[in-house]
Design a protein around this ligand. Sequence first.
Ligand code: HEM
Length: 503
Amino acid sequence: MIPIKNNTKQRARGTHHYSYPCDSWTMETAPSSLPLKPIPGSYGLPFLGPIRDRHDYFYHQGRDKFFSTRIQQLNSTVFRTNMPPGPFISSDPRVIVLLDAASFPILFDNRRVEKYNVLDGTFMPSTNFTGGYRVCAYLDTAEPKHALIKSFYLSFLAKRKDSFVPLFRNCLQEAFAGIEDQLCQNAKADFNATFSYASFNFIFRLFCDDTHPSNTNLASKGPKLVDTWLLFQLAPLATLGLSKIFNYMEDFLIRTLPFPACLANSGYNKLYEAFKTHATTVLDEAEKLGLERNEACHNVIFVTGFNAYGGLKNQFPIVLKWVGLCGEKLHADLAGEIRRVVSDEGGVTLSALEKMPLLKSVVYEVMRIEPAVPYQYARAREDLIVQSHDASYRVKKGEMLFGYQPFATKDSRIFEDAEVFVARRFIGEGEKMLKHVLWSNGRETEEPSPSNKQCPGKNLVVLMCRLFLVEFFMRYDTFEFEFTQASFGPSITIKTLTKTSAF
Ligand code: HEM
């Protein structure tokens, strides 16, 4: 098979759905007089309970089944369990799980919950991974430094907003040329590796006055250095998916003791050198706002490497997976809308992107059905009541709340056909349902601010996903692919790309 095809014809195959969701039961309309019930579930025996739960989670049941079997057994979407990693990495793995769209948003209520060192859940990697600083994402909103650093990010992004489109399109063009080369040479292309590089390239250039990483000490190694640094921090939350006989060995090796930061030091120092040298404008801006330069530099490495690159490197494979699974009919519809609007508007502009309702809906639907960062944690700041659709539960001050987001955004009492990818779900009246799209650690209808913990990259990420699909369907009519689902997201191999002849 010739891997890059020129357009011949488009076959209609209606694999996506056109139904509209119902909004009959939302947080706002849920009855306030729900029965007060004790939170079901137990933590089991000390040490043994957490180990048993983490084996169920990683090896015996898997992530989704771990939660769904407990929902059934306990007849509740709110219950107690332990979350990995457990002993000896987390001192207290006990959480109260929230698995519906009614209870989940308590995690965004910063007056009632605290997000102090909970970015990764019940454990926090050593601050030696970040130059000895607790960086923004680990800070609670009650800490003055949170507002200072968050304001710095928000103002940084606002100042660069005009460069988002040209800069990312430039990175995309480089990436698609790379994919085509691989297809010509090997009859397949590694989408994840190519788009990891594109994501790093974009974010580095955004923060470093458009300096291409290949013109720095990083050369082409930036993504690998960040991957290694991330791996040592996040390994306790992952599994390699090896065959059963290796499970206990893997569990023992990566979840008994945390990896020391010194293993990532030499790579991290290279990243530090690159940002210190090339992110001078942004570091000057940070200093003007009152941040110490060294602390700002470590925060910039974290925001670019962990928050932005770490999210984006999974986000694009997720987008391509779902659009790919929908089939050629959706590809033709997207290509039609994108090409018509770009032609009418005279180019790819922010205002052109706003006039593409199908494209916008598809991106939101991807974020609903498979949020790239599915876990959110927060501790009760005070004694509080959490409400599911069916009951109220008393949570004590200091208890850890944990939301597994896909269960909240695929709640069948909020979304019709919640498990199905409905490409047109958020068009027209469907836009009202955007308040139930929660990928950014907040509602899609709300905005990140210095006083909340919502992702400051929220609008940038949505824009980048739209631009990715625009660039894709300006070049290609359709594609064929294979994927495997790994711990942190899908791994995609592109098999063919059908080049457009029409545009
Ligand atoms: C697909 C890409 C991204 C995803 C899925 C994502 C998701 C998230 C989520 C879920 C959180 C909240 C984590 C928590 O506290 O539980 C978060 C926080 C954060 N994100 Fe993003 N993000 C992405 C890209 C970005 C980008 C591009 C930037 C900046 C340019 C960014 C900067 C941050 C920062 C600084 C925080 C901490 C916010 C705070 O402490 O108030 N993220 N992100």
